[in-house]
Design a protein around this ligand. Structure first.
Ligand code: RRO
Length: 304
């Protein structure tokens, strides 16, 4: 079964991509399975300067997933380039660098600097981090800010450019159209849903971070994420990467039918480190069992 997909200018050997923030820089997982099994990996979001992230506790378990406020912990551009990038040459898969920032100039600087390095195959613009005081989700909730930011980054790079949207808006299709108008090649959706967990005995939030708020991920968000993928599929012509609570092949195929050309797996990597690795073969098996010979023929076929 040929699972290869084209996301605008970017070809992947299969539609399964490890989501940012749940897969580090891919090197620890490479000890467990060959990254060549995956269509791609999205690296942990990078900022221009190093960030130590938010205070602990940073993660709480929900009945069906996680609440996180990591706070963009990352080594910063220079240390990434000197200490991490050389080791990525051993990973035989597409590498997406995720970039984040507080100001448009930071995104532009990162996009331009990372475009110098041949090992980076694509960029994913993170305009949707819920755990950042400045920038992050503040960009992603404003269609105007998204269009302006994408336009500026587009001028700074020739790499395929994905824009990762936040679900914390009333009309995600409007934000997707803004990313398309700015020159994005791909839309990734969705990042985490803003949430709060409470320890009622202590009268405190369960995690630190911004007033105890964090991003909710995992199986609980799948129906909302699917609805948003469908809305965006109807609103733009760009290829979509769908995510939100995918942990098995049938979850992934639901996103494909809703309109995604590829999928990302996030929270599931934390409970089953083999989650991504198992998915392509399992998707092929399910397609064969339904006598479906091409994955692309399934994209967006949901009856309305
Ligand atoms: O690091 C984080 O706290 C984080 C990021 Br950058 C993001 O995009 N989404 C999320 O749930 N957490």
């Amino acid at each position: 079964m040929d699972l290869s997909v084209k996301l605008g200018p970017l070809a992947l050997k299969n539609p399964v991509i490890a989501a940012s923030g749940t897969f580090g820089f891919g090197l620890d997982f490479a000890e467990l399975f060959s990254p060549s099994l995956l269509g791609g990996i999205v690296l942990k979001s990078l900022t221009r300067e190093p960030r130590i992230g938010n205070p602990a506790p940073r993660i709480a378990e929900t009945p069906s997933g996680l609440l996180n406020s990591i706070g963009l912990e990352n080594p910063g551009l220079d240390r990434f380039v000197s200490d991490v990038l050389p080791s990525l040459s051993m990973l035989d898969t597409r590498i997406f660098a995720s970039i984040a920032g507080g100001k448009p100039g930071e995104f532009v600087h990162l996009a331009s600097a990372l475009s110098e390095h041949r090992r980076i195959d694509a960029l994913e613009l993170n305009v949707s981090c819920p755990n950042q005081a400045e920038g992050g989700m503040a960009f992603g909730t404003s269609p105007k800010a998204v269009e302006s930011l994408v336009t500026q980054v587009r001028k700074a790079t020739k790499l395929p450019l994905a824009v990762k949207l936040t679900p914390n808006v009333t009309d995600i299709a409007e934000v997707a159209r803004a990313a398309e108008a700015g020159g994005a090649d791909i839309i990734s959706l969705v990042n985490t849903f803003l949430g709060l967990m409470v320890d009622w005995r202590k009268r405190t939030p369960q995690i630190a971070g911004l007033r105890g708020r964090g991003g909710v991920s995992g199986p609980a968000i799948k129906p909302m994420a699917l609805r948003m993928v469908r809305d965006v599929f109807k609103a733009v012509r760009l290829p979509l990467i769908g995510m939100g609570g995918i942990s098995c092949a049938s979850d992934a195929l639901e996103f494909i039918v809703a309109g995604a050309s590829a999928v990302q797996v996030g929270t599931a990597n934390l409970t089953n480190p083999m989650a991504c690795a198992e998915l392509p073969a399992e998707m092929a098996r399910l397609l064969e069992s339904e006598c479906i010979s091409s994955l692309s023929s399934l994209v967006g076929t949901l009856a309305d």
